[in-house]
Design a protein around this ligand. Sequence first.
Ligand code: HEC
Ligand code: HEC
Length: 258
Amino acid sequence: MAAACLFGAVVPASAQKGTYDPAAVPRGKEVFGPACGFCHGLTARGGDGGPDLARSLFVMGDDHGKQLGEIIKNGRPNNGMPAFPDITPAQVSDMASFLHERVEAARNRESATPPNIIVGDAKAGLAYFNGAGKCSACHSATGDLQGIAAKYEPVALQDRFLSPRAGGRGGRGGGQNRTAKTVKVTPATGPAVTGTLMSVSDFAVTMRDSEGNRRTFTRDGDVPKVEITDPLQAHYDLLRRITDADIHNLTAYLVTLK
Ligand code: HEC
Ligand code: HEC
């Protein structure tokens, strides 16, 4: 009987897909951040240039870095995923552990939160907002976040601060996109040019300048000088150290901003 076979099969836990080595997770994160974080977000929850990998069926189906190794080595150049031919097998294996941990964390978070995601303490959330979280450096309850709880359901609201770039809202009211990265390119001779970053690799950087023109500069090492500014950097830094308790408290606080 099929069911009996299925449940009768003895698979050692360590050989199951999706399992990972907890000790490798921080190492994987160290490699992932600089190499992949630009597009996928430092926590792999998605960014401007790449999908959320914690919800990726591809990652879920990966067997200890085998499939991940392939896509990292070869990329999907036609779809915007670059190839990383120089990544070592050890780095792939560490990143695989990191990504499988991300999938598990996302799953746990989802199953732990609904149906009532407001399990935190609004007062503690307020204290975190003005204190350790430094949210008040950029936001205010009576300014940009006023009425935010009326705009989003609690789950969506929590998602907004966990991955403000996801969801592809190109800025409010068709105006300038407040989440867009900007870039300043300083050629060896001539004035610096700034604009909205469109893409960047070791070989070229493309921006949309203030007149709306698309401009590409080829790169050779440090020439021209390229400086990228991400208005969401603070968010990504924050997500590296935020705890689940902080997340719950912040959500409980933000839902009061009706
Ligand atoms: C320049 C942006 C960029 C960088 C850098 C980048 N990726 Fe991607 N990645 C993408 C895009 C875009 C896709 C979606 C491609 C597609 O739809 O086929 C993708 C897809 C993927 C997928 C498949 C997801 C799926 O569900 O199909 C994995 C896994 C992945 N990337 C891992 C990585 C890792 C690991 C790194 C770093 C070593 C990395 N990426 C660096 C842009 C990027
Ligand atoms: C250095 C500046 C900065 C800091 C610090 C910062 N944010 Fe943000 N935040 C932004 C930017 C930029 C956006 C994207 C612009 C937007 O969507 O309004 C954003 C977006 C958001 C949004 C979505 C707003 C919307 O209308 O969709 C929420 C909610 C949010 N942040 C909450 C927080 C919380 C909570 C903290 C602290 C834990 C925090 N932010 C820290 C800059 C910051």
